[in-house]
Structures are given as structure tokens and as C-alpha cells.
Design a protein around this ligand. Sequence first.
Ligand code: 4AD
Ligand code: MG
Length: 463
Amino acid sequence: MTTARIKHILKDGQPGDELTIQGWVRTKRDSKGFSFLEVNDGSSMSGLQVVVDGQVPHYDDLMVRISTGASVEVAGRLVASPGKGQRVEMQAAQVTLYGESDAATYPLQKKRHSFEFLRTIGHLRSRTNTLGAVFRVRNACANAIHEFFQARDFLWMHTPILTASDCEGAGELFTVTSFNLDKLPKSEDGRVDFSQDFFCKPTYLTVSGQLEAEIMAMAFANVYTFGPTFRAENSNTSRHLAEFWMVEPEMAFCDLEGNMDLAEDFLKFIFRRVLEDCADDMEFFNQRIDNSVLATADNIINSEFERITYSDAIKLLEKADKKFEYPVSWGLDMQSEHERYLAEDYFKKPVIVTDYPTEIKAFYMRLSDDEKTVAAMDVLAPRIGEIIGGSQREERLAVLERRITEAGLPKEDYWWYLDLRRYGTVPHAGFGLGFERLVQFITGMANIRDVIPFPRTPDNVEF
Ligand code: 4AD
Ligand code: MG
């Protein structure tokens, strides 16, 4: 007898197959002389219905001890299911109880729980239908991302988590130290003396792998990073995490146009893949979470993304018949309400906004001839707002030096970044996709805390 995953049984299992399954009991119903168990092993939304009759060894004892949440192994034979909802079910020959689950205290009951409540039981919530579906889709997205880039000869490069540079220059860094915080060494001017710290200089958790990805792109032409990034940004919203995953392709010999094309192809590919790989989960999101999920996916795959300059987008927003909470005018950063108006209300599809004012974007973006704007691009998605941020990079040494100085950043810290412009510089471009925002976008989940297994947000680092 072989141990099988339930998703394969539901799809391909035939009456007569003798199999063993392992999983957790979602529900138990007792009838006269037999019981039904629904066993779920996380491989699919649906569990397998198991019929345990009184002939099964230790039946009485097992049925007293098995309750929702218990872990079991069941060996048995598949039979055609007379009931509705499943093609096959299992007739148990032998049931092994691995771990009981105290019925009086197990927090997951058959009723619907709020996502707020589920966050307080982060160690158990993945056993619910919704979180199970979310994390299967999350996995499918990650897989699709690698598939997309590998098929295009991009090398996956692992960029460091510990870094001495602030890529975005926004000062949202978590400091990393091995100092005893009660006994911080101070230099004469009273400031902390980092020369005595582990790395002998101030060190942080990375906000982006871009700068290192640029290094690698200057050797391999096309690369991507995919890893955790950290921002000490105290924004308690449904779209911000302190620790989130980012996918960052970087391409040599590429301009903003090529960057936009890649971003659009990339999103379309992931949506297509997820619809194929997680059809049941996507159906579930459409029915239970947001009834526009499948239509949105269809729209992403089949529509051409709108492309518009920041200046034109501001004009649209100024003319909009919608009252915004925050003012909008040329030179101001767009708020999420503006981004959503453009993608959700106006164009009703993803919008790529380009050529943002120099002042509101990072130092590394390529300066336009009139110096008022930079070659930036943000992809705005309905419901989510900014899902991708990217740019063509400044490849001209003199301009980059000036931009670093103007941004008030210490030029010496960027010596290697500047060297890339000294030795074989090329036009290059890349972007960062917020992985959790992508999963939110695909699943329709309202809160970013519910699309990452263990969310880190202000005041929350449990589990
Ligand atoms: O726009 P951002 O800050 O761009 C960068 O970090 C560039 N270095 C990327 C690059 O060009 N290689 O961040 C990129 C994306 C955003 O569009 C957003 O989707 C996501 O990362 N993001 C966050 N996601 C969750 N929580 C946060 N606090 C996020 N901040 C950014
Ligand atoms: Mg951004």
C-alpha cells in the first residue's frame, strides 16, 4: 500500500485502489455503527471522506478519542461515493490515531472565524479552508515566478539580507547589531561607536536587493532576486508589512520600455499559471472572498495594461469627479486612493505610470534631459494600488555622483555602485514586485496579514 496525497486521490483515484492517507480530521460525524471522517492533508481544498465502520479494529476506542484537529493515518480502499460532492471516498480498513486534539479547547470549529481571530492563532490558522487556499496559491505564485525567469535565462541571485546601504534612501531601516544594548560603546562626540560593532559600521536589514542585483546584472545580463526585505515603516495598513518578500529582476541593455514589457508579461504569466495550478482554490476565493477574483484574473490576462505618464495621470486626477482625502497636484506623491482611482475606477485594469518627478523618487533612477522627471515606473493594480515599483537606472557616472550627493547620501558608501558606471556601464533597468501584494491581488484577500504565513507588523512578531 502506498501513502497518497489527497489531491491526487480526488483527481485520479479509482474505486478498488488500496491506499493509505495521512492528515488531520476536519470533521467527524457518528452514525449508527459507523462514522464519517473528513481528513485533510493540506494538498487540496477538499479533504477525503473516510467511512469507518464498526469492524475497524478498536473502533469504539478510536471514535471516542478522535475529534476535530486530530492527526490520523487511514489505510483503506476507495469506493465510488454515493454522497454528493465527491467522486470517491475511502472505506477504512485500519485507522491509526497519531495525536488527539482536545475538543474542549481546539480553537477551530466548523463555523466561520474572523480573519482577526485567526491571526491570533497563527500556529493553527493554516488548517482552515481560506488560509490553506491562500498558502497553496502563494506557493504556486513562487513557483511561477521561477518558471517565468528561468525560461527566459534569468539567473536567480541570492542577495544579502544584512547590508550597510539604504537602497531606497528612505531611512526605513532596521538596525542590526551585536552590541549589548545596555552597554553601548560611545565615541567622544557621544554617539554610538559602530567601529566596535560586529561589522565595524552601522548595519541594517535590507530594504531591497536591487543594488546587488545591479552588480550581478553587469556580469550575467539578466538576473532576479527573490527574498525577504524589511522596512521599519510604521504604517498600519492592509498593504504594508515590516517583513515582506520581493521579486526583483534586473536587466542589462534594457530601457524603461523593455522594463514595462517584462512587468506586464510577468504578471500575466503568473495569473495564468495560478489559474491552472490552483483552479479549486481560485474558485473558492471567487465564491467566498471576492466575487470579482476570476473576472479580474481574466482581465489581467487578456487586457493590455494602460501606460501613462505621471504628468498625464495627475491631470486625470485633478479632473476626477471624486473627492480625495489627500490633495493631488504635480510634484506630490500619489496616495493609495489616487492609485486605486486610476486602476480601479478610471481604467479598470492595471496602469503603468511612468516619469515621476525627480524629487519624490530614489537617487538611482535615470534622470530625464530636463531633469524634472526620472525614468520610473509603478504598476498600479485595481484594489491594491502600487504592486510593482521600478525604473531605468542612472548609468552615467557623473550624473549618478551628483544625484547621490543631492540626496544627502555618503558617496563613499556607494563606491562599488559607482564603479559599475566606471567599468563597462550599460543602460539597465529593473523592478520590484511586492510578493504579498501580488498574492492579495490574485486571491482578493483584503488584508496583507492574511497572505503571509507569519506577518510582521508594528507590535506583532508572534509565531
Ligand atoms: O517601490 P519599492 O520601494 O521599490 C524598490 O524597493 C526598488 N528597489 C525595486 C527595484 O526596482 N528593484 O518596492 C517595490 C514593491 C512595491 O511596489 C510594493 O509592491 C512592495 O514592494 N512593497 C511592500 N509590500 C509590503 N509591505 C511593504 N511595507 C512594502 N513596501 C513596498
Ligand atoms: Mg515604490
